[in-house]
Design a protein around this ligand. Structure first.
Ligand code: AMP
Length: 423
């Protein structure tokens, strides 16, 4: 194999994972299952139903909802099928869920429709800590209801989920970005403010000034920070309807005992968001640089996709970032049975005893020919609760030595007693 970076042959360089993707190894998977389990449990508890949409969508679905966003401009994995149709690996879940809501006829049933999705998303970003090209989201959407109570409900659900994952000390940032009737006038004010300062902006913000001025407010570049401080706040320019909606969300959160911080510079990277926006951050681990999740209202999306205008609100949290912060408790506990043979030629008896034990307890059968000592070490490394040691004599007598790896107790047990002993 030739290495293009070196210009020489590297015959045996082992193949690595592609940049920006990662494996979830078995030791970590327990925490993932707990996070996913809590997402299923809490979603159901709040009346949300699971949906699974494809990771492949038409490119148009993504482009129509945000032509001037970073995601669309540089972060999409796009490819063509054999018919020349342009497809994309979904960068987020919302657009696909709204498409499925209409295409699957959910818009015909009782409204609103409360949905949740767990699955992978794909963005061709520059990989860095906590930022991957394939990552997983817990995504919750309520489609068909414009009321502030639903905004508050989704915020509450996202917080309860993070708490159920064992995360504490999180902050909720809240803002309203208005709607089509008040935002255009605000954006004019914003552009007026920034236009004379354009030369002092970072190159990305110079582009945003013309393409997506709202995004000027969430620029993270150092040189843009002092300029942001003087920018007009959108909450001071909301129309009456948007202001009432925002007041209602705040009142409902207060009644639910949920603390929040108003952040006038919090905006969302996608164009279809309206009114409420929120973000959940862990101040102990990077704060805004490393948001755990966020969401808001997107009353304009359905129409942008060519469907009947339909209000909706939702949030998405990144599982990689959440799991990385979860306490590891519970995974160290010993469990299951490790079944080993003490001598050669025992495979058929081990397989038979394994089948029997498996009716009562998770059972791993060790068919290797390593020493008994090495087998016991393996059982320990794999955190087996019990080890069953089968000897040639045990095959004849149909008995096995059962060792409790936690207490160290050991006894001789008849094969047909094994399920009862370990069940
Ligand atoms: P967004 O869809 O951009 O609002 O992101 C919602 C959440 O998904 C973020 O708060 C992160 O937790 C997570 N997320 C977004 N992009 C990435 C990424 N490239 N790698 C890992 N997690 C991500």
């Amino acid at each position: 194999m030739s290495d293009p970076t070196q210009g020489r042959v590297t015959p045996s360089a082992p193949i690595q994972a592609a940049p920006g993707v990662r494996d979830i190894l078995p030791d970590e998977r327990g925490r993932w299952r707990r996070a996913e389990g809590a997402a299923h449990r809490l979603s159901r508890a709040y009346g949300y139903r699971e949906i699974v949409t494809p990771v492949i969508e038409y490119l148009d679905l993504v482009v129509r909802v945000g032509e001037s966003t970073d995601i669309v401009q540089k972060e999409l994995f796009v490819f063509e099928d054999r018919g020349g149709r342009r497809l994309v690996l979904r960068p987020e879940g919302t657009a696909g869920m709204v498409r499925a809501y209409f295409q699957g006829g959910l818009n015909q049933g009782p409204q609103p429709v409360r949905l949740y999705l767990l699955g992978p998303m794909f963005r061709g970003e520059r990989p860095q800590a906590g930022r991957y090209r394939q990552f997983n989201q817990f995504d919750v959407e309520v489609i068909g209801d414009a009321s502030a109570a639903i905004d508050a409900e989704t915020i509450e659900l996202s917080l309860r989920w993070l708490e159920a994952c064992g995360l504490r000390g999180l902050t909720l940032q809240l803002n309203s970005i208005g709607d089509q009737s008040c935002r255009p006038a605000y954006l004019e004010r914003l552009v007026e403010y920034y236009a004379p300062l354009a030369e002092r902006l970072c190159p990305a913000c110079q582009r945003r000034l013309h393409q997506n001025p709202l995004r000027l407010l969430d620029c993270k570049e150092r040189q843009c920070q002092p300029l942001k401080a003087g920018a007009p706040d959108i909450v001071d320019h909301l129309c009456d309807e948007c202001a009432d909606h925002f007041d209602a969300v705040r009142r409902l959160l207060a009644e639910a005992g949920i603390d929040y911080q108003l952040n006038p510079q919090l905006v969302r990277g996608l164009d279809y968001y309206t009114r409420t926006v929120f973000e959940l951050q862990d101040p102990a681990h990077g704060g805004a640089q490393n948001a755990l999740g966020g969401g808001g209202r997107y009353d304009g999306l359905a129409a942008a996709l060519g469907y009947t205008p339909t209000p909706a609100v939702g949030f998405a949290c990144g599982l990689e970032r959440v799991v990385a912060l979860m306490p590891a408790d519970g995974e160290e506990r010993a469990s299951g049975l490790f079944l080993v043979g003490d001598g050669p030629g025992l495979e058929p008896a081990l397989a038979q005893l394994g089948r029997l034990a498996r009716t009562a307890i998770d059972t791993t059968v060790d068919y290797t020919s390593r020493s008994l000592r090495a087998k016991m070490r393996a059982a320990d490394r794999l955190r087996a609760r019990y080890v069953a040691i089968l000897s040639p004599a045990g095959v004849t007598a149909r008995t096995v030595t059962l060792r409790d790896m936690v207490t160290g107790d050991q006894e001789e047990v008849a094969w047909d007693q094994v399920p009862e002993k370990l069940g």
